[in-house]
Write a protein that binds this ligand. Structure first.
Ligand SMILES: Cc1cc2nc3c(=O)[nH]c(=O)nc-3n(C[C@H](O)[C@H](O)[C@H](O)COP(=O)(O)O)c2cc1C
Length: 340
């Protein structure tokens, strides 16, 4: 199956939970949380997508010809491109149990590794969200990045011990889940954390720690002060707070403030290799992509995820070719212009 055929299959399976829209922009699914949309009016998700459409790429083909190299190194590992599958948890509440948590994570974790990249995995109200991916992670010799919820410190440390045994390259925490009130209602409270809490997490393990859900310069400085490896500039796909700025809108100022201290990842509304290029030019070292990888996982399984990852890499290379960039480090701020 090709890309469009996989999307057609996904549409049959996923409708009406996700309509597999031509543009995955948060409009049709606004307010659908649980579900696949953004919270409230849905405009945090919509703004993530819309902002990227206002970032324009500066064309320049006057340079010495040569191949485009998208390879990067993170946490001591080489990846085919600075692209990761974002953690998506909750097949039961968000995708009406169409597949199990274990089936879903098997597809994204293995599809990502097949393309030379990696997937983040999720966590949540149901213990299965954290536990189900562990088998797939073991199958790929640990090449995935578990993402813990901001549980009580003791529970966090216990979960770190579990993933250390799997030999994962790094782990993350989606600190913006402090705003997911349904977790407390289901008897699994989550907490906002202090810089000292993050320091304790950093010092509890040799694994690189990534703080996911930073949306301001102040927040980025506090995160960096904890000694973490990296941050993800993220508003959780617009699912935990309505009316935020777009992630790529705050990215450049965050990269100026902490780019020399931590690795910066970003997610939200990134759909194509050209979008990946834009995010890198705005200051990211790498990107995460959520909903559109999920569509490919539903329509094409492991192969669908691999195919989409390779499509993104090809589009990124194409954009680099047209902008005089031979390697990822050549993708600098002057390669884009943000228009009104
Ligand atoms: C249905 C759904 C479930 C999600 N579950 C998690 C999760 O368990 N942990 C997490 O850190 N982020 C979770 N996210 C947020 C994504 O990791 C990511 O930040 C967001 O989807 C990126 O935006 P995009 O989908 O527009 O690419 C979830 C997002 C969706 C749509």
């Amino acid at each position: 199956m090709d890309y469009n055929q996989i999307r057609e299959v996904a549409k049959e399976i996923l409708t009406p939970t996700c309509l597999v829209c031509r543009e995955c922009n948060g409009v049709a699914c606004r307010g659908q949380v649980p579900g696949v949309g953004g919270k409230g009016t849905g405009n945090s998700f919509i703004r993530n997508y819309d902002f990227l459409t206002r970032v324009k790429v500066v064309m320049d083909t006057i340079y010495e010809h040569g191949d485009q190299d998208t390879e990067v190194e993170f946490f001591g590992h080489d990846f085919a491109a600075p692209i990761f599958v974002a953690p998506i948890g909750g097949m039961d509440v968000n995708y009406k149990n169409l597949i199990t948590e274990a089936e879903y994570t098997d597809r994204v974790v293995k599809g990502a590794v097949a393309a030379g990249i990696a997937a983040f995995t999720g966590d949540g109200a149901n213990d299965d969200y954290f536990n189900a991916p562990l088998a797939a992670i073991a199958d790929v010799k640990g090449m995935a990045i578990p993402t813990l919820k901001p549980w009580k410190q003791e529970n966090v440390i216990n979960k770190i011990r579990i993933i250390e045994d799997l030999n994962v390259p790094a782990f993350a925490m989606d600190i913006d889940s402090a705003g997911l009130t349904h977790l407390a209602k289901s008897g699994k409270p989550v907490y906002s954390k202090t810089v000292d809490d993050f320091r304790e997490i950093v010092q509890s393990t040799d694994l690189p720690f990534i703080i996911k859900g930073v949306m301001s310069v102040e927040g980025a400085i506090k995160a960096a002060d904890s000694g973490c490896y990296g941050i993800v500039v993220s508003n959780h796909g617009g699912r935990c707070l309505d009316n935020t700025l777009a992630t790529c809108e705050v990215l450049h100022s965050i990269s100026l403030a902490v780019g020399d201290r931590v690795k910066i990842f970003v997610d939200g509304g990134i759909r194509t290799g050209a979008d990946v290029f834009k995010a890198l030019a705005l200051g990211a070292d790498g990107v995460l992509i959520g909903r559109t990888f999920t569509i490919m996982a539903f329509g094409g399984g492991i192969d669908g995820v691999e195919l989409y990852a390779n499509k993104l890499i090809a589009e990124l290379k194409d954009t680099m070719l047209m902008t005089g960039c031979k390697s990822i480090k050549d993708i600098t701020y002057d390669k884009v212009v943000v228009v009104k």
